[in-house]
Design a protein around this ligand. Structure first.
Ligand code: MRU
Length: 348
């Protein structure tokens, strides 16, 4: 990822700049998003994606939007900013980092007129970005205590720097490990239907010089049985108070297979992805996406008969009891998570 970045504030502070991930791995192109509508489109169509990266983009987007609001008076200014925030949150429902970042920005602006709020908002969006970097680094270091040199690691979707900042979460241990001299054998699920594993994880790990093998999602079970996988590493989009974890569709299959084969299944989770207001996974809204992503998005011609019904949930929820550990920046939590997450983040 030399010199590449996933998301940042433009130097003139009038835009959010993102790497357009829909073009990877074939083209590395950046976009300048100046309006909430452009940012909404970029998040909805996964030009910028991955829970932490969406949160960071929303933080910068709220600051850019605040600069363009023309009322200074506190109530009208806040009302306009809140409207933008609600609009951005509606671009993708499952990753909590989006509403987390918007809420932080709104809390910061509350009670101030535009002129007073702008410097506070700038500091807040930069803090969201810098905290994400620090959390990713801490999570990656803790992850290294769970594996040993030479291990085979299965990963699903993309939870690297493209999905966050710098190291990312689920791939952070692998990227940091490489820098420290570890040699992991990584198996990347292609991740149907949007192929984040093929397009993004394989690209990111290859660029870092990591030994990565791309597999169909359905091959993971066999590789586990063959003893090639020592651990499963995934990121997450929303973790409920009891540890139930929403992540990319197919994550739960990997967890069920791992449990059957007695392979540890680890979730890498910055605290910005924990939603204590969700008691369990039943409270998590699962994003449904268009069926054309299954039938035709990546194919010259549709691979399914015209008119076929499609069901395309973008995420699933892995039950807490299937998760060996949740690795956060503050420490590693074990089941039962209602107690361990609360002890770590709420002091009991
Ligand atoms: O639909 P996507 O590509 O945004 O889904 C991303 C994932 O499911 C990631 O695993 C998750 O956001 C964690 S990223 C650190």
């Amino acid at each position: 990822m030399d010199k590449m970045f996933t998301v940042r504030l433009s130097s003139d502070e009038n835009a959010v700049e993102i790497l357009d991930q829909t073009l990877l791995p074939n083209r590395v192109e950046y976009l300048r998003l100046e309006t909430p509508e452009e940012l909404f489109e970029a998040i909805h169509s996964l030009r910028v994606r991955g829970a932490p990266a969406i949160g960071v983009a929303a933080g910068f987007g709220m600051y850019v939007a605040a600069r363009s609001i023309c009322f200074d008076e506190r109530e009208r200014f806040f009302g306009a900013l809140e409207e933008t925030g609600n609009y951005l949150i509606s671009s993708r429902p499952t990753a909590v980092n989006l509403s987390y970042a918007v809420k932080r920005m709104l809390d910061r602006a509350m009670g101030f007129g535009r002129a007073e709020a702008l410097p506070l908002l700038k500091a807040e969006c930069n803090a969201i970005y810098n905290e994400d970097r620090a959390m990713c680094r801490a999570i990656s270091e803790l992850g290294l205590t769970l594996v040993k040199d030479g291990d085979g690691i299965l990963t699903h979707c993309n939870a690297g720097a493209l999905a966050a900042t710098e190291y990312g979460t689920g791939l952070g241990t692998l990227l940091l490990g490489k820098e420290l001299g570890y040699n992991f054998h990584v198996y990347s699920d292609e991740t149907r239907p949007l192929l984040q594993g093929a397009r993004l994880t394989a690209f990111e790990l290859l660029s870092a010089g990591i030994d990565v093998t791309l597999i169909c999602d359905s091959a993971a079970s066999l590789l586990m049985k063959q003893g090639k996988i020592n651990a499963v590493f995934v990121g997450c989009d929303r973790v409920a108070a009891n540890g139930d974890t929403a992540n990319k569709i197919g994550t739960r299959s990997a967890a069920v297979n791992a449990r059957y084969c007695d392979i540890p299944f680890y979730v890498f989770c910055p605290s910005s992805t924990i939603d204590f207001s969700c008691k369990s996974g039943a409270d998590i809204v699962i994003e449904e996406r268009d069926g054309s992503e299954i039938t035709s998005l990546f194919y010259e011609k549709s691979v399914a008969p015209e008119g076929v019904k499609c069901c395309n949930p973008a995420f699933d929820v892995t039950e807490a009891e299937l998760i060996t550990a949740i690795v956060t920046e503050k420490g590693i939590c074990r089941y039962p998570y209602t107690e361990s997450l609360s002890a770590l983040f709420k002091g009991g």
